[in-house]
Design a binder for this molecule. Structure first.
Ligand code: PLP
Length: 355
């Protein structure tokens, strides 16, 4: 398929002070878009000025949430070059999501080529200061106007990008976690392992309750037993238990995070034992008390690693360390992974894709 590049009429003003960058609010001058129609396949791929879509109010995505997305980042390295981190993993996961949601698959290599072209054109938007990056959001929506529950016959696939500020301005800061005894994120046979909008809409109420109680994130338990740890907010979760790295298994209800995968590999590189197994709430409390549980952290593209200082479940609270200091292993893994992304340390796994 050809990729058409449309001219830009005018440029948006840049944010010169990179300490003022936020997350997900300001987008760049251009976007990638392509269309799909049953019988015709993907067509009309283009990089065009960033602009709103004109969608019919009956567009199926607006009613039945046939939608998927991805999230990855581009990093500016000390030599000025731009690096993507494991981008093909994201496009493979995009197709995995597409299959589950009865949406058409994309050509992964073509998507990567188009993304690179978009970033080359938008290179000026990739910020330069410590901890900043360009966040990349591929998405696909059912655009066919039709009321009726069935897979749509028309789709839009697009990529938008936005410069984002450093997440940890004052260094890694542990968060307080609320373990939900009521709400669940995903059940067996559902869409927990898919990056689809509905999962996030369904998570809002629990997050709002956690926040109203003074907590930063929700920890989700499994839907069947309400006993085993699954994810935290929209991140995977890792524990340092008996000196091993323990994380929930990929059993269909949690997302197969690329940060999770990377952290598991780096932990092995450090000589740590890695266990993918269900960890119970009870183990969090007994482990925190006995000291067997020394650290915990969430993992995801946006934050990389988010250390946990405290867990609360019903009337019980477990504090890790003093609740305010990031653990040694968490810090080491964070430094190594961000080091690879920004090109400060070697990349033994070949995760970095330079533009
Ligand atoms: C995106 C996401 C993650 C993290 O995945 P990464 O590939 O590491 O960014 C974890 N859990 C959920 C629910 C997610 O949506």
């Amino acid at each position: 398929m050809d990729l058409q590049i449309l001219p830009l009429e005018k440029l948006k003003p840049h944010i010169d002070d990179e300490s003022k960058l936020t997350f997900g609010k300001q987008f760049t001058d251009r976007m990638f878009v392509m269309k799909y129609k049953t019988g015709q396949g993907w067509h009309d791929a283009r990089i065009q000025p960033y602009q709103p879509f004109s969608l019919d109010p009956a567009a199926m995505v607006l009613h039945y949430a046939q939608e998927i997305f991805e999230g990855l980042k581009a990093f500016r390295r000390p030599d000025g070059r731009i690096a993507l981190f494991r981008p093909m993993d994201n496009f493979r996961r995009f197709n995995h999501s597409a299959r589950r949601m009865c949406m058409p698959e994309i050509d992964e290599a073509f998507m990567l080529k188009s993304l690179k072209e978009l970033i080359r054109l938008e290179a000026d938007w990739v910020p330069r200061s410590e901890g900043t990056s360009l966040y990349i959001r591929p998405a696909m929506i059912a655009s066919e106007p039709m009321l009726g529950v069935r897979p749509a016959d028309e789709y839009l696939c697009y990529i938008i990008v936005c410069p984002v500020g450093a997440y940890y301005k004052g260094g890694l800061a542990p968060v307080k976690i609320w373990i939900s005894d009521h709400y669940v994120r995903a059940a067996d046979g559902g869409t927990g392992e898919v990056k689809t909008g509905g999962n996030y809409a369904a998570s809002l109420l629990a997050a709002r309750e956690a926040s109203a109680n003074g907590y930063d994130q929700v920890l989700w338990l499994d839907a069947k037993h309400k006993k085993y740890v699954e994810e935290v907010g929209s991140m995977n979760i890792c524990f340092i238990y008996d000196g091993k790295l323990v994380t929930s298994p990929l059993a269909g209800t949690i997302l197969d995070g690329i940060t999770r995968r990377s952290i598991l590999a780096l932990a092995k590189d450090l000589g740590m034992e890695v266990e993918q197994r269900a960890l119970s709430v009870e183990e969090i409390f007994s482990g925190a008390e006995s000291g067997r549980l020394s650290e915990a952290f969430g993992t995801g593209t946006a934050v990389v690693v988010s250390p946990v200082g405290q867990f609360t479940y019903l009337d019980r609270t477990a504090v890790l360390g003093d609740g305010k200091t990031t653990g040694e292993v968490t810090r080491k893994l964070y430094d190594t992974l961000t080091g690879i992304q920004y090109g400060r340390v070697p990349d033994p796994h070949g995760w970095v894709d330079l533009l």
